[in-house]
Design a protein around this ligand. Structure first.
Ligand code: COA
Length: 184
């Protein structure tokens, strides 16, 4: 089933707020993830994209790609390398999880970061307790960087370099996976 990523708009705010109430979404965001959606979605900044994932024109979740160095709160700290990007992802309703949609969302988000934005590395920061998300990222080719505390949240920083991304794509291509699959 095809997953489309499109830019989020202010009209998506009510649904995103409902997704925030989902236990798994609320838990995965930890303490540091309280967005004022009406404000955030009404402004456009070069260092971030809010993307809504749709299946059959039905919004199912969200991906945020962030230039970690340019991001205004400097959440990732001052030491991040140039062209380091970060991804946040969540699917709003349990019924849409574990069906392969998240994998397709991530592959498209990675393609945007590496191919369109020229990322040198992409980072994710699941809570250390979110074992399922950690397994999900490892399956996509992310490598563990190490534990890191963000505010009150004990996270595991994981990353994928541009070289890793090219290798994962090459292996998938030579093993017969359609290249288009990698971008879905
Ligand atoms: C983490 C998250 C984005 C992963 O997305 P997802 O759509 O559930 O993940 P996928 O379905 O692509 O892959 C995960 C599982 O589905 C299986 N799967 C993959 N493709 C599949 C398909 N076509 N059909 C059925 N199952 C499939 C995988 O083997 C995997 O199984 P497992 O997790 O039980 O071992 C999603 O579960 C989510 O939003 N969770 C709550 C919020 C969250 O934790 N976000 C991450 C914050 S760091």
């Amino acid at each position: 089933m095809e997953v489309i990523l499109r830019a989020a708009t202010l009209d998506d705010a009510p649904l995103i707020k409902i997704w925030d109430l989902d236990d798994a979404v609320g838990y995965s965001g930890g303490d540091d993830d309280n967005h004022d959606w009406d404000y955030e979605l009404s402004r456009s900044v070069r260092w971030r994209e809010f993307l809504i994932a749709e299946v059959d024109s039905v919004p199912i979740g969200m991906v945020v790609i962030i230039d970690a160095r340019q991001e205004e709160s400097h959440y990732w700290g001052e030491e991040v390398p140039p062209d380091a990007w970060a991804i946040d992802i969540w699917i709003g309703d349990q019924a849409h999880r574990s069906r392969g949609h998240g994998t397709k969302m991530m592959k498209q988000a990675l393609n945007r970061c590496f191919t369109e934005r020229g990322a040198s590395v992409v980072m994710v920061d699941p809570l250390q307790s979110n074992r399922r998300a950690i397994a999900f990222y490892r399956r996509l080719g992310f490598k563990d960087v190490g534990p890191r505390r963000f505010g009150n949240d004990d996270c595991l920083v994981m990353s994928m370099s541009a070289d890793d991304y090219r290798t994962v794509n090459r292996v998938a291509r030579t093993s017969g996976a359609a290249v288009t699959d990698l971008k879905r």
